[in-house]
Design a protein around this ligand. Structure first.
Ligand SMILES: Nc1ncnc2c1ncn2[C@@H]1O[C@H](COP(=O)(O)OP(=O)(O)OP(=O)(O)O)[C@@H](O)[C@H]1O
Length: 293
């Protein structure tokens, strides 16, 4: 099998690049035909993924974090190619939904020897995503994380960004239509989850499954800043279900609107719009799982 690796040199503050010699030696040992390309800016990963499928590669590997994965997904969707993941990012959250092992050296073996299964694919407006979409305070945290990731690594970058955003967050008046069930009002956040984890291990929707054909939506209505501080640790651990402002609901078609443009987070990438129209494509993408799955 031919494998195309796309390395994001800025993911995880540069740690993806260090994996290249290990990828090369594993491919040589296993007699795999491979190509390694390094992305050179935003959008470059998607471009390289399109190049991979047009050259006939059936496995396209994101060597980076969730932003790198998102671009690979948007490059290979609709083609007969499977997504593989070698974690080299800061959070590497999507990988947590498909593997118990976050060691990149194990992941190299997994993308060579693993098994391919279909999982659900998210679509919001005109962008595909694979893990979690969200609006509200956490989309603003993602924007802030761009700065904190330069100072802290891993979960610390997200926690620092979250604490800062809690102090400054004003709330958005949203109308959320989940398969014709309407939620309306001032919103702290709404997470639309395919995968279970985001933001460096946070569990917005602990029951989310990547292959059940549904999104798990977690909506939290606005609350006092004091209460936000008490809810935040529960939200991280996924133990927020009995808080009165929290609603969980499963859905396939979710339309979120607001009078003013708001930030939409898709796998850690931000878009700004006055609407977020989510639909789910059941078994929409092939993913390489560790062989033990
Ligand atoms: N050469 C490059 N220079 C600058 N940005 C790049 C380059 N190649 C890719 N990118 C962008 O880097 C961004 C961050 O990548 P990614 O999310 O994979 O890393 P991370 O933020 O460290 O990890 P995580 O999302 O798991 O926390 C993506 O938005 C991608 O478009």
């Amino acid at each position: 099998m031919n494998i195309f690796f796309i390395v994001n040199p800025v993911a995880g503050k540069g740690k993806s690049k260090d994996l290249i010699p290990f990828i090369e030696s594993a491919c040589k040992e296993n007699k795999v035909n491979y190509k390694i390309e390094i992305s050179n800016g935003e959008g470059s990963v998607k471009h390289l993924a399109k190049q991979a499928v047009s050259e006939g590669y059936k496995k396209v590997i994101a060597v980076g974090g969730d932003g790198t994965i998102n671009e690979v997904v948007n490059g290979i969707v609709g083609y007969d190619a499977a997504l593989g993941i070698i974690p080299g990012g800061s959070g590497n959250d999507f990988l947590r939904s498909i593997s118990n092992n976050s060691d990149p050296l194990n992941a190299i073996q997994d993308v060579i020897h693993g098994t391919i299964s279909k999982i659900d694919l998210g679509l919001c407006n005109n962008r595909y995503f694979i893990n979690v979409g969200s609006v509200g305070i956490d989309a603003e945290v993602v924007i802030r994380t761009e700065t904190t990731k330069k100072i802290f690594s891993g979960s610390l970058a997200y926690i620092a960004a979250a604490l800062y955003t809690i102090f400054t967050y004003k709330g958005w008046n949203l109308r959320i239509d989940i398969d014709n069930h309407i939620i309306q009002g001032k919103t702290l956040l709404t997470a639309v989850a395919n995968g279970k984890y985001y933001g460096g291990g946070i569990m917005p929707a602990p029951k989310a499954k990547i292959d059940d054909g549904y999104y798990d939506l977690c909506h939290i209505s606005h609350m006092s800043k004091l209460k936000m501080f008490s809810v935040f640790p529960k939200y991280i651990k996924g133990t927020h279900s009995n808080i009165k402002e929290v609603t969980f609901i499963k859905g396939k078609q979710i339309n979120i609107t607001c009078d003013t443009p708001f930030a939409i987070n898709l796998d850690g990438e931000i878009m700004i719009d006055t609407k977020a129209d989510f639909s789910i494509i059941h078994q929409g993408i092939d993913v390489i799982f560790p062989k033990s799955k």
